[in-house]
Design a protein around this ligand. Structure first.
Ligand code: ASP
Ligand code: MG
Length: 468
């Protein structure tokens, strides 16, 4: 059984939902063929229509500021957009109940927004109630759309199926309770040959209070559902072909990475490969469920597969991540030798000002770190200056070459560094995992260095002999 998650751009309008239906239909046909009979599933999980969560949070902010008129105007827009999209439910008898549902939800939102506007306060609990509406509505529409296109869809209210703690806007799933709830809500639908459709991002506490799993949480929902029900595969349908070998805004012809280990995906995401946040798929990977990233606008593309381990690819590197607008902070102990306790004091300063550091290198008397959040840098420099000399260099960039091959080929790290040619390296680090080599250069050098490195390690494969 497969879990298919569709992001906001994959459900944003009628054509997008029609593509979703075609993709689900193809999956059902493939499953039926494989099982030689009736297909079970898939389970479909959807995000809110593209940008709707942002709009809902904006409406909450307006209500909190007492701007009831503004909030109601925006709600009217959202209502109209959802009603238009529900045209995808072509069967009138199915569309009527969907419209009634949408109108009922929006009527209720209007009342909530009015009340919050008078109170001028939006608690995290109410914020979740508002934000969750996007997925509740999109899932209801998609379930009916499937049914009206000949695939029996069945709407499952995520608030009855995903049980979380009460940490509003950032809730964590309770796995045993969620498994039990899913078996009750989803299993009977699957057994009856229907396609269950749930909103991602949304859950509820044991007491039934609506929660959300954090921004971008629909991927997390897919992993939770897949892990709890022991799915065979989780598909994340989005609007790109998969994880790329380098940032397409910098490198002319990056390629799709066909297969990544979970650890590689995590290292890449850390430095800016934004397709999916690997932490969100951790529950699936922990249970050895493969996760596939696919493009709903080009369903024929192979996408990127992420598994806990992966077979050797025949290529030394897997991908190169990069991050711009980084600041290097050099911290030199004012005493001649590195007194013990120096590192502790130093990192306490970053901790105190809640600023995370990405790359760290040390020598006998000095430590260099990179930060990308400069908001508290002046305060940090002042605090560090009490016991060290501090120097900052802005407009730097991090390059992080990732590959399982780095563990086994001792000379590879050196080759990577040579691969950037004459560009001066400001910091160099290889982590204990030995799955990456990371270095810091001037931002101005990034386009050249990255392209050169990419050409060296990702030359397009020659067409096989005899190919057309
Ligand atoms: N709609 C939610 C968000 O925009 C969750 C998601 O799309 O994954 O954050
Ligand atoms: Mg998303």
């Amino acid at each position: 059984m497969v879990v298919m998650k569709f992001g906001g751009t994959s459900v944003t309008d009628r054509p997008a939902i029609e593509r979703l239906i075609a993709i689900v239909r193809a999956q059902r046909q493939a499953d039926a063929q494989e099982e030689g009979g009736d297909a079970r599933g898939p389970i479909v999980i959807v995000s809110a229509l593209s940008k709707v969560t942002d709009r809902l949070l904006g409406i909450a902010a307006e209500a909190g500021a007492g701007d009831i008129e503004g909030a109601l105007n925006n709600l009217r827009d959202l209502r109209a957009r959802h009603i238009t999209v529900s045209d995808v439910v072509t069967d009138g008898a199915l569309r009527q109940p969907v419209l009634a549902f949408l109108n009922h939800e929006f009527d209720q939102l209007e009342r909530i927004v009015q009340a919050l506007g008078v109170l001028r306060e939006v608690s995290p609990r109410w914020l979740d109630t508002l934000a969750a509406t996007g997925e509740i509505l999109s899932s209801r529409i998609v379930a009916a759309a499937l049914s009206s296109h000949g695939i029996e869809g069945s709407w499952v209210d995520a608030r009855l199926a995903v049980v979380t703690d009460g940490d509003h806007t950032q809730a964590a799933p309770l796995f045993p309770e969620t498994t039990a709830a899913l078996m009750q809500q989803v299993d009977p639908q699957l057994a009856a040959g229907r396609v269950p459709v749930l909103g991602g991002f949304v859950g509820a506490t044991r007491e039934g209070v609506t929660t959300t799993l954090g921004r971008g949480g629909s991927d997390y929902s897919a992993a939770i559902v897949g892990a709890c029900l022991g799915a065979g595969e989780i598909q994340i349908w989005t609007d790109v072909d998969g994880m790329l070998t380098a940032d397409p805004r910098i490198v002319a012809q990056p390629q799709v990475v066909p297969h990544l280990s979970f650890a590689e995906a995590s290292e890449l995401a850390y430095f800016g490969a934004k397709v999916l946040h690997p932490a969100t798929i951790q529950p699936a990977v922990a249970r050895d469920i493969p996760v596939r990233i696919l493009n709903s606008q080009r369903a024929e593309a192979r996408g990127t597969l992420i598994t806990s381990q992966r077979p050797p690819s025949g290529r030394p590197l897997t991908a190169i991540a990069s991050k711009k607008a980084v600041t290097v902070v050099d911290i030199t102990s004012s005493r001649m030798l590195m007194a013990h306790g120096f590192l502790r004091r130093l990192f306490e300063v970053f901790e105190k000002f809640r600023t995370s550091v990405d790359v760290v290198t040390t020598s006998e008397v000095s430590v260099s770190v990179t930060v990308d959040d400069r908001r508290r840098l002046p305060a940090i420099i002042e605090a560090l200056s009490e016991f060290a000399e501090v120097r900052c260099e802005h407009d730097m960039a991090i390059v992080c070459a990732v590959g399982e091959g780095l563990q086994n080929e001792p000379s590879l790290a050196g080759e990577v560094l040579l691969g950037v040619g004459e560009v001066p390296l400001r910091m160099v680090s290889q982590a204990a995992s030995r799955r990456n080599v990371t270095f810091v250069i001037r931002e101005a050098d990034l386009p050249g260095a990255l392209s050169q490195l990419h050409d060296r390690f990702f030359a397009p494969e020659p067409a096989p002999a005899g190919a057309q």
